[in-house]
Design a protein around this ligand. Structure first.
Ligand SMILES: *[C@@H]1O[C@H](CO)[C@@H](O)[C@H](O)[C@H]1NC(C)=O
Ligand SMILES: *[C@@H]1O[C@H](CO)[C@@H](O)[C@H](O)[C@H]1NC(C)=O
Length: 380
């Protein structure tokens, strides 16, 4: 009698082992990022220390080492199976840096040169490396506030800004190929940004001394990544996209010079209607293939806002709705092509230049109509 009992215990044990070791439900991963304690600040600080010990620009040996560190961190938490993908790319980097200040011609032709040295901290064997460390993302700690409260307070609005700058990490995604992107950071500009003092030591002493902002942003980014990966439907809402576009289009209505903004307004109204349509459809759609098809539409709508020819004179920028305008690379404008054309028309003041503004308005209207067609499933 004792044998079957043992077998049963074994079976139960095996079954519970199976339950424990089978991949946890998405909910489990979400809870990982919802911890209200800041106990993780130590491991975040340790990882930041390891990852910023030396410059690790893409393609360098240090970058490969950083990737190996990230891989080992994921591998040790057994339920996630990561892998590294290697790309062959051509990148050019400076091997030397120097700074020289030239005094204005009239006073003297002598130039003053000096070099910048980074203070050696502890036993850092990499202090001599040419490229400065540049990793710092957070601000001072304040644990009494949620991220949301802190954001509302600092932005004074609670509205998400536009991705405008052409010099940022997301530029190739949004502005060149039309992949929806988001830029989330703590703090605005800070004085050491992109300087050689923007390193772990600065972060530990001044930026985020308790590493609690790091914990907070890790929670937010982690949850956003999980939602993008796991939600049945991509969390994209084109209704708010359309209402933002409407505001920008209305600004154009006061232009005068015979400019007709109505095609643009009409295309934006259509976008809003299509966005409402797809939101209603989400409630009813069943079955993996149908869900996939709907997600493809949500994804392709943003791509539809790009144009193969790009902005005139700046053809790398393919997105006709969001992009930097020609004279303000760090600003963020809607309809950069229209904006450039207006700038030009205001300078040259010819009939043809104002006709070009109208032409740009038609181009944007067409792109927005394409986005509507994708949302409606009439274009693939
Ligand atoms: C943290 O934020 C709260 C709410 O704004 C404020 O009252 C408090 O003084 C702040 N604490 C620190 C240390 O900045
Ligand atoms: C983590 O935060 C606690 C306070 O909550 C602080 O005492 C500790 O020094 C922090 N750890 C690091 C590595 O900053």
């Amino acid at each position: 009698m004792s044998l079957p009992k043992t077998a049963l215990v074994f079976l139960i044990a095996a079954f519970s082992y199976f339950l424990i070791s089978s991949p946890p439900k998405p909910h489990y991963y979400h809870t990982l990022f919802l911890s209200s304690s800041f106990s993780d600040n130590t491991s975040i600080a340790l990882n930041l220390r390891t990852l910023t010990r030396r410059p690790h620009i893409a393609g360098s040996l240090a970058n490969a080492e950083a990737a190996a560190h990230v891989l080992s961190a994921f591998t040790s938490s057994s339920s996630i199976k990561p892998h590294v993908v290697t790309y062959k790319v051509s990148l050019t980097y400076p091997v030397h840096r120097s700074l020289s200040l030239t005094t204005p011609k009239e006073s003297s032709s002598k130039s003053i040169s000096f070099s910048l040295e980074q203070e050696r901290i502890g036993d850092n064997p990499y202090a001599e490396e040419v490229t400065p460390t540049f990793h710092g993302y957070a601000k001072s700690d304040n644990t009494t506030q949620t991220v949301y409260e802190s954001w509302i307070e600092s932005s004074n609005s609670g509205e998400i800004g536009r991705l405008g700058s052409g010099a940022s990490d997301y530029a190739s995604f949004v502005q060149h190929v039309g992949v929806p992107a988001v830029d989330m950071v703590f703090g605005g500009g800070y004085p050491v940004y992109h300087s050689m003092y923007d390193d772990f030591t600065w972060m530990e002493k001044f930026g985020d001394p308790m590493f609690q902002r790091h914990v907070a942003i890790a929670s937010v980014l982690g949850l956003v990544a999980l939602r993008l990966a796991d939600d049945e439907f991509l969390p994209f809402n084109y209704i708010s996209y359309a209402s933002e576009l409407k505001k920008s289009a209305e600004d154009l209505e006061k232009l005068g010079h015979g400019i007709d903004v109505s095609p643009l307004i009409k295309s934006i109204q259509d976008l809003s209607t299509s966005a409402q349509g797809i939101n209603i459809k989400k409630e009813r759609v069943k079955g993996a293939l149908r869900v996939r098809e709907l997600n493809d539409r949500l994804m392709m709508a943003e791509r539809a806002l790009t144009d193969r020819d790009g902005l005139s004179e700046r053809t790398w920028y393919k997105h006709l709705v969001y992009g930097p305008s020609k004279y303000d690379d760090y600003g963020s404008k809607s309809f950069p092509g229209v904006d450039d054309a207006i700038d030009n028309a205001k300078r040259v003041k010819t009939k043809a230049s104002w006709e070009h503004v109208q032409h740009e308005i038609w181009r944007v209207s067409r792109a927005i109509r394409h986005a509507s067609l994708f949302l409606k499933g009439e274009l693939r």
